[in-house]
Design a protein around this ligand. Sequence first.
Ligand SMILES: Cc1cc2nc3c(=O)[nH]c(=O)nc-3n(C[C@H](O)[C@H](O)[C@H](O)COP(=O)(O)OP(=O)(O)OC[C@H]3O[C@@H](n4cnc5c(N)ncnc54)[C@H](O)[C@@H]3O)c2cc1C
Length: 655
Amino acid sequence: MSKKTDADISREVAESARETEWKKPSFAGSLFMGNFDASPILPFAEQDPEEKRETDEFCAKLDDYLTKHYAADKVDEEGKIPEQNIKDLKELGLFNMKIPKEYGGLGFSQTAFTRAAMVVASHCGSLTAWMSAHQSIGVPQPLKHFGTQEQKEKYFPMMAKGALSAFALTEPDVGSDPARVATTAELTDDGKHWIINGDKLWTTNGVIAELLVVMAQTTDPDTGRTGISAFIVETDTPGFEVIHRCEFMGIRAIENGLLRFTDVKIPRENLIGGLNKGLKLALATLNTGRLTLPAAAAGGAKLALRIVRKFGQTRKQWGQEIGKHDAVSGKISYIAAHSFAIDAIAMLVSSMADEGKADIRIEAAMAKLFTTEHAWTLLDEMVQIRGGRGYETARSLSERGEMGYPAERMLRDMRINRILEGSTEIMHLFLAREALDPHLKKGGKILDPKVEVGEKLVAFMKAGAFYAPWYITRYSPFVSTESFESEPQPLHKYYKYVARTSRKMARTIFHKMNKHVAALEYKQRVLGRIVDIGTDLFSISAAASFAAYHMKDKPGDKSVLKVMETYFTFAKQRIDNNFVELKKNYDSEQRSFALDVISDKALWLEEGTISEAGTLQPDFSKVKGGKTADSAAAGKNGKNGTAKKKDEAAAPAPA
Ligand SMILES: Cc1cc2nc3c(=O)[nH]c(=O)nc-3n(C[C@H](O)[C@H](O)[C@H](O)COP(=O)(O)OP(=O)(O)OC[C@H]3O[C@@H](n4cnc5c(N)ncnc54)[C@H](O)[C@@H]3O)c2cc1C
């Protein structure tokens, strides 16, 4: 038998953590098969009136506090959120939203949480990261879904009183691919404790958290199988250290660190979600945890819209307001239409999470992918529209007598969202896997080289019986209006477009599977385009669902239909382009050149720049015994030096 490669192992680990069952309908998932049924997203689920009133009040209080007492630009400059702000915001309940009411929290729904996150994100990216790392991926979320009664009774009240938490998965060698988690948790001989050893990198809140969810490699004593498990760790346990407080391009006031665990002994009961079930827990946590990013994107996008609207109408150059110059108006249109679509997706998926009638795995991943990508482009366009003012800091602008819009900070703060909680590339892989899944279930055996000929033949017959009628109906122009007939008539055309285009997308997937067979898995750019088409189709549906809600809320306001139509034109254009590129592209040529580049075959391209010695070299004195991603390149693994104690690392604000 051939030996498993690292890639095989990574794939197996990812596959074992995947939820394979679909117990509830998936609106977006069905689109990849060319099946359209809008009922999971219709009608747009409005917040319960009583909860809406409470959320309105909470958001108004939050807005008032942040406006009067929270200096976001100073926070960014100093890289530190003042203790008084954190104290006040804890009292306000900002860190308690996801703690159930019976344990002293606010017990917010996902919709309420999303709305509050939008307010915060439109003011300060660092604060959004603080609240998100604690409540979206930190202890409250997995505790709610996977915690035992004892764990809930112990930790929820602690957090309700102010303890903050963090989620520690990433390690120097473990980023997008969790298969190689090197941190270990071993059961003591008496079976009463776990002993944790290892390093965790970039843990947001890790520097100040009292509680951590830590992912570590474990071995099942009964079967000998290894896997990844999740543990709740109290950071005052001996052996826990913060080695380094990391500094970043944006969200500069986050308390993010390189953490070290040396024989950290925790009670057996602190395993959460079951032995070797940690990755499943992480993925399930992220299904709703990921929704803070769309909320953050919506907060930033809507503020950007305000900034470009005002600047577009007041700044005059070449004899007219800059918003009237064609090139700028195209950007303003993009910003306005996409801030609406981002808002629609953030609110729709949150309401779907609350309703619980559909499986939102795919929608949540699409929401993360779409909103973080477009928010970045949109903020970049905002900076462009502001011209030199877009590049100037808010403080500098206001000190010389102009409105201190924080355009450059917003751009810096937003950038990370395309990388963390599943990078754009990983979201593409995740969604492509789900898009292909129904086909792999029907015809996977035909493609599998390990399957015997006889078995393949049976699989072929079965698949044929399914695919013959399926394929023919993917060409049908007929769309049943049943699932959207009670929606406003002017919106029907969007649902019809989504239904028909989803069939074209499903046919394309089928054709690509036939063409590339098992190699399709490696055609990431082909799959990426298909995923982007599916995501845009979902975005059009979400926007239409949200438009109906606004039409009811603002009867007679023609701007709702206009923004919907404008958004549709942008999304349709992208979809058309992606179909064209699926037919004709230069992927292989471009890939071949990239492989040359990383094989050092075109080094001359870099000539005329500063020599590598001009770049800061690894400083191993600060990372005692720690491995860094660049240690291999530097030929060292950092054996010397002293680690900083938690307090030392936490105390000073970086320059
Ligand atoms: C500010 C900040 C906060 C963070 N907070 C946390 C936290 O609280 N907890 C935590 O555990 N982690 C956290 N992280 C880590 C974050 O989740 C990782 O950065 C992210 O998972 C990507 O891993 P990586 O940086 O090691 O990139 P890598 O995995 O090294 O990837 C590098 C690039 O290659 C791409 N890539 C990787 N694999 C593939 C593939 N198979 N196909 C195509 N492309 C691929 C990636 O998309 C990326 O563009 C944080 C990081 C930062 C910077």
